[in-house]
Design a protein around this ligand. Structure first.
Ligand SMILES: Nc1ncnc2c1ncn2[C@@H]1O[C@H](COP(=O)(O)OP(=O)(O)OP(=O)(O)O)[C@@H](O)[C@H]1O
Ligand SMILES: [Mg+2]
Length: 159
């Protein structure tokens, strides 16, 4: 199974998908969120952070300007948005994300697809489509392939 696709007709469906993915993820995993402006990358990350145990008082905001934000989840979630770095590989490298990944963070990166290699590779790639809303998962290495397979085995009824 190389690609797993889920329709996301409602915010509840997106939240449910985040809740399905959360228990599969582990320290050191890399999730790249692809898709156009407003496709739901930040919305999904917020739901994922909640599913990983972030308290409801903690705000999850878009890292459009801060570039990187960290959350006290299990594993710790590092949320980055590389839109403003477009093709600046050096700038991305200098953010130190790969070091955080090595230290056990779960890296969730909006607009990160061009940087898969310098983020350490083996990425679970989630491609969000806006009209109609859906998400497709693919993999770039052995660990992420297992994640796609595990997701594909879970039952899914979109609501
Ligand atoms: N099924 C759905 N899943 C996710 N978001 C939805 C859904 N339906 C409506 N929305 C709305 O769509 C918007 C998605 O915005 P969000 O900031 O998550 O996009 P983004 O992909 O992070 O954009 P950007 O590239 O600008 O960072 C939110 O306002 C959210 O409430
Ligand atoms: Mg965003």
């Amino acid at each position: 199974m190389s690609v797993v696709t889920r329709d996301l007709p409602s915010k509840a469906a997106t939240t449910k998908l985040a809740a399905q993915l959360a228990p599969l993820l582990a320290a050191g995993d890399l999730l790249l969120l692809d898709g156009p402006l407003g496709a739901g990358k930040t919305f999904f990350t917020r739901a994922l952070a909640r599913a990983l145990g972030l308290t409801s008082e903690a705000r999850v905001t878009s890292p459009t300007f801060t570039l990187v934000q960290e959350y006290a989840t299990e594993p710790p979630l590092v949320h980055a948005d590389l839109y403003r770095l477009s093709d600046d590989e050096r700038g991305v490298f200098e953010l130190g994300l790969i070091g955080q990944r090595d230290d056990g963070a779960l890296l969730v990166v909006e607009w990160g697809l061009p940087f898969a290699r310098i983020l350490g590779g083996d990425a679970l790639v989630m491609t969000l489509v806006r009209e109609p809303r859906s998400a497709s998962f693919s993999a770039t290495g052995p660990r992420s392939r297992r994640l796609v397979e595990a997701l594909g085995l879970l039952s899914w009824e979109s609501e």
